[in-house]
Design a protein around this ligand. Structure first.
Ligand SMILES: *Cc1c(COP(=O)(O)O)cnc(C)c1O
Length: 401
């Protein structure tokens, strides 16, 4: 058994299907699920040797690595264009490990302040508890990044497209500022997806994903992955994760492998529908804002086009003029779009961040991040876009009644 070598110049759609494939002695077509915790050694000498150094196709224990998990890691690394990757039990395990494995007491981190709630908790509550100093900046303000990054800064962290307000951060500029002081840049690329944006080529050292979102794409399992250089993944991330236990289940890795096979087709179709939905809703009475990075009125439209050519992503943020009451009426009137806090699914999903994902924040924090009572976050799925438009316009009519 061993990985099949793809041509060096294989394109992303091909890589997403064949990258990292390993076949057992049966030469199965679909990837095998190695649902095993351990691996039998031929003799005691082999066990000893493997604990000293294990080769590419040698495994010890599923917390350290597993053939199905390895296939997923190699496939996503090939797709992302990084040397290596480490898979985790969830997106949060990936964010936590990418930061915690690298940092120690006394280190300084600069982070964008518009973050997924749990990412904010790691930076604000956990890292600071262990003596890491964290400075938060407005991610779109390059002068603020410049002022905050210091000679002793060890890492910068941001979501390339923020949740839920869809601010777009200048990846190249921020990563360059970090590199100039020897800090690593860790980019959460979930909203942008590995299909629409290659953050590594734009300068990110480490790219993290909640694979739960577009990589699974059908709302089944949790998973996460950290992509980076072989040195960072094997010397920094792997020892941390293999001893602290955030490893991915082989079954979930298999679901993610299958998700990658269709990710190009799904995400491109979802982004096309999102653009149609955004154009259909833009300017309609009842919405005080229709936020979509693919609309020319988005504050970072030009930047987004340079980072994500020809696309605006699969997410929208809509602000109902009538505040929470209108937002709730809007959600409750929808017949196709489901109310849930996940995203990236084949099913279109809507959520009211102020009362769910961002409920934990203070009123001041929410106001600072633009999370008003009328704001809803919409993840576009694979339904017929015309049905979605009709559903959303029906919801809008109900919200205004
Ligand atoms: C969902 C999400 C996460 C966390 O991922 P889980 O798989 O739910 O742990 C992290 N960052 C962003 C931007 C997300 O959307």
């Amino acid at each position: 058994m061993g990985p099949k070598q793809l041509p060096e110049n294989a394109r992303p759609r091909t890589t997403a299907i064949h990258g990292g494939t390993r076949r057992s002695q049966y030469n199965e077509v679909s990837e095998a699920i190695f649902l095993t915790q351990g691996f039998v050694y031929d003799n005691a000498e082999q066990a000893e040797a493997r604990f000293i150094e294990s080769g590419d196709d040698e495994f010890i224990y599923a917390r350290y690595g597993n053939p199905t998990v390895r296939m997923f890691e190699e496939r996503i690394a090939a797709l992302e264009g990084t040397e290596d990757a480490f898979a985790t039990a969830s997106g949060m395990a990936a964010v936590n490990a990418a930061l915690t494995s690298h940092l120690k007491a006394g280190d300084h981190v600069v982070s964008a302040k518009a973050l997924f709630g749990s990412c904010l908790y790691i930076l604000e509550d956990i890292l600071t508890r262990y003596g890491v100093e964290v400075t938060f900046v407005d991610g779109c303000d390059l002068a603020a990044w410049k002022a905050a990054i210091r000679p002793d800064t060890k890492a910068v962290f941001f979501e390339s497209m923020s949740n839920p307000t869809l601010e777009v951060i200048d990846i190249r500029a921020v990563c360059d500022l970090a590199r100039a002081v020897g800090a690593i840049s860790i980019v959460d690329n979930v909203f942008a997806t590995p299909v629409l944006q290659r953050s590594g080529e734009l300068g990110a050292d480490v790219i993290v994903y909640s694979a739960t979102k577009h990589i699974d794409g059908q709302g089944r399992c949790l998973a996460g992955v950290i992509c980076g250089t072989r040195e960072f993944i094997r010397k920094t991330v792997e020892p941390y994760l293999k001893h602290t236990g955030g490893s991915l289940s082989p079954f979930n890795a298999w679901v993610m492998l299958k998700g990658l096979e269709t990710i190009e087709l799904r995400v491109r179709a979802q982004a096309e529908s999102a653009a149609k939905v955004a154009s259909a809703l833009q300017g309609k009475d009842g919405f005080s804002q229709v936020v979509y990075p693919g609309l020319t009125d988005h504050p970072q439209y030009e930047l987004n086009q340079s980072q994500m050519p020809g696309a605006g992503g699969t997410m929208l943020a809509l602000e109902l003029a009538g505040g929470k009451e209108a937002a709730f009426k809007f959600l409750n009137a929808l017949k196709i779009v489901v109310i849930s806090n996940n995203l990236g699914d084949a099913k279109s999903i809507i959520t009211h961040p102020a009362t769910t994902t961002h409920q934990r924040l203070t009123d001041e924090q929410r106001a600072e991040l633009g999370i008003s009572d009328g704001l809803v976050r919409l993840s576009i799925g694979l339904e017929d876009p015309q049905d979605l438009i009709e559903d959303l316009l029906g919801g809008l009519a109900a919200a205004r009644a």
